[in-house]
Design a protein around this ligand. Structure first.
Ligand SMILES: Nc1nc2c(ncn2[C@@H]2O[C@H](COP(=O)(O)OP(=O)(O)OP(=O)(O)O)[C@@H](O)[C@H]2O)c(=O)[nH]1
Ligand SMILES: [Mg+2]
Length: 387
């Protein structure tokens, strides 16, 4: 089970391996001035029962000044989006309040629908960039329903959760309590999941204070929590981007094929100038194919730029690995030109051999060429993938 438990000093129990190559890229990016813009949007979701320190956690991690504690209006219970702009970043904060164990099943629908909608978006801007689940180490209570209704379904839908144990300041049997919570959580998750969940467990003190004996309690856990969020987001980007890109490639090529076949079915073909009409049609189809390849490339670049905004923001040093779209390396503008040339050469050959005698033969012939080109492009993508 890949549950990473953070120590108070912030080192992970299962340390990250650092290769020479990754160290090199880090160094390179450090030397270069950071030209990448910061992302303008951050979506954050905080879950947990009432009084577990969710709002305090947001204030501590992101420097907000949201009202916490007792005396808050208990109307409007549930999930709320709050937009807070700080240092040019719009934080879309989804905080919850007043949630008790008995309202978990109804809360579950709302949370899961929201997370699924956002995290399947092709724009990184829409995703949740951090999801925290709070338990208080004071009460040390973890309800089975919280695991069953919220944590497990979220993990199953591919989310990464950061479990925060709030109120982690020293206290009567505090360490023992926290160990117990971690153990209970791990055992319960192992029972329900049959793969490694992406989960971090981080002890945090959200508010500074004083013990009864007059000792100062300082806050801690911020660096660890933010680092975990950054690590999770980087992993999501790495895993989701190729699929998003592939879907876009398929959609764009499919649309090109449909447009071309429609053009061939309805395009004007002059009986006097059969061969010229055929050339004109294939030129239009070629031009469209080149544009399609250009658009695919541009979309890939835009996706990469958006990913790097997030990866390089707030102290992140590793840009997206340049090989993030390897199986689609053939799908480039240059390759598109080769395919389009293939269409023209094939046509010239058919004209020379006198194959195109009627409008119908032109339509059929060119239609077959479009289908063949489309199949060849898709096949080349799949071949590259299994190589
Ligand atoms: N000592 C200590 N107090 C904390 C900590 N986190 C939160 N608190 C206090 O616990 C109380 C509840 O915190 P909130 O942040 O309002 O809790 P919440 O989860 O947002 O509660 P609801 O909005 O009602 O769901 C407040 O009085 C906080 O000051 C912590 O880590 N240590
Ligand atoms: Mg709150």
């Amino acid at each position: 089970m890949a549950i990473k438990i953070w120590s108070r000093t912030g080192s992970k129990a299962s340390g990250k391996k650092e290769t020479a190559a990754s160290a090199r890229t880090e160094k390179q990016t450090e030397e270069k001035p950071n030209k990448v813009h910061r992302p303008a949007v951050r979506n954050i979701l905080v879950l947990g029962k009432t009084g577990t320190g969710k709002t305090s956690l947001l204030n501590y991690l992101y420097g907000f000044d949201l009202p916490t504690g007792a005396g808050l209006p208990k109307t409007g219970k549930g999930l709320h989006e709050n937009v807070i702009t700080r240092n040019g970043i719009a934080y879309h904060v989804f905080d919850t309040w007043g949630v008790e164990a008995d309202s978990l099943p109804e809360w579950r629908q709302e949370v899961l629908a929201l997370v699924r909608k956002r995290n399947t978006s092709p724009r990184i801007n829409d995703w949740f960039h951090a999801i925290y689940y709070c338990f208080s180490a004071n009460t040390a209570r973890i309800e089975e329903a919280e695991i069953e209704e919220i944590i497990v379904p979220l993990l199953q839908s591919g989310c990464k959760l950061i479990v925060v144990l709030t109120n982690a300041e020293d206290g009567f049997r505090k360490q023992e309590k926290m160990e117990g919570m971690k153990e209970y959580l791990c055992t319960e998750l192992e029972k329900r999941l049959h793969y490694d969940p992406q989960l971090e467990i981080i002890p945090v003190v959200n508010v500074a204070g004083e013990t009864l004996a007059g000792d100062i309690i300082s806050r801690f856990g911020r660096t660890e929590a933010l680092e975990a969020a950054r690590y999770n987001l980087a992993d999501d980007i790495k895993k989701r981007l190729p699929a998003i890109y592939k879907m876009n490639v398929m959609n764009k090529l499919g649309a090109w094929k449909e447009r071309s076949l429609l053009l061939l079915a309805n395009g004007k073909i002059s009986f006097v100038l059969n061969n010229n009409s055929a050339k004109q049609l294939i030129d239009l189809i070629n031009y469209d194919l080149l544009n399609t390849f250009g658009a695919i490339d541009a979309d890939g670049d835009r996706l990469e730029a958006e990913a790097n905004e997030y990866l390089l923001a707030e102290g992140g040093r590793k840009p997206l690995d340049k090989r993030w779209r390897p199986e689609f390396r053939r799908i480039t503008y240059v390759k598109g030109y080769e395919y389009s040339k293939g269409l023209s050469v094939g046509l010239a050959f058919d004209i020379a051999s006198g194959l195109l005698r009627s409008a119908k033969s032109i339509r059929d012939n060119l239609g077959r060429r479009v289908e063949k080109t489309y199949a060849a492009i898709i096949e080349s993508m799949q071949k590259k993938k299994t190589e």
